[in-house]
Ligand binder design. Structure first.
Ligand code: SF4
Ligand code: SF4
Length: 205
């Protein structure tokens, strides 16, 4: 029987090994994409929503590659029960793309934990806004061979390494948190009712 300390070391070793493997095997065109996204976004004259689309597309391409090394799959949704922070830019984006209305609340940092509650856009075990899902959801992967450490009752047991790309995070901060003045909230607080059934049919989600 492993002790918690032994499990933590084992887990960390697995994570570190996966990070190294992914970094070593990532094709050069994806590495370049990850490095240049910040300057691409900064130099763009597109609208904020168009820039967000460019960033989302970049993240999706990068994590499609990362996805080959992790157990994340359609229908695996422990992470849709975590606190999901969404920026005001993304709230505006969802309102426009999905014709949903935010609840009339000021957008502030979360004061009430939502850990363990299903995201309001989760239908069964599938995301109903997958193509428009926020940045945070797009880069949520677990560095392991199974989803065992993603379960809500054990995910906080040990520190987990989040796989991320430095300039991708900076590009998101540039768009969503300019000058550190961005506003964020948990997705459930802003859109507590998700999509209606008719909206889901319209969106094809
Ligand atoms: S992060 Fe964990 S819970 Fe989320 S899809 Fe990946 S394996 Fe499943
Ligand atoms: S927006 Fe979609 S992917 Fe993100 S937490 Fe909600 S259901 Fe899961």
């Amino acid at each position: 029987m492993n002790t918690d300390a032994e499990l933590a070391v084992k887990k960390s070793d697995t994570e570190q090994a996966l990070v190294s493997k992914i970094q070593r095997e990532m094709p050069s065109h994806l590495q370049l994409k990850a490095e240049t996204i910040l300057s691409q976004i900064k130099g763009s004259r597109a609208t904020p929503f168009e820039k967000l689309d460019v960033l989302y597309q970049c993240v999706d391409e990068l994590y499609a590659f990362v996805g080959k090394y992790v157990p994340c799959a359609v229908g695996c949704c422990h992470c849709c029960h975590y606190e999901i922070t969404i920026s005001e830019l993304e709230i505006d984006y969802l309102e426009q793309k999905l014709a949903v209305k935010r609840r009339n609340l000021p957008v502030t940092s979360n004061s009430v934990t939502t850990h363990g509650l299903p995201c309001s856009f989760l239908v069964g075990s599938v995301c109903s806004i997958y193509s428009q899902r926020p940045f945070m959801c797009r880069q949520c992967v677990t560095l392991d061979t199974t989803s065992r450490w993603c379960q809500v009752d054990v995910c906080n047991k040990f520190n987990q390494i989040m796989f991320s790309f430095k300039n991708v995070k900076r590009a998101y901060a540039f768009l969503a948190d300019p000058g550190g003045r961005g506003k964020f909230a948990d997705i459930r607080h802003v859109f507590p009712f998700g999509l209606s059934e008719s909206q889901r049919i319209t969106e094809g989600n």
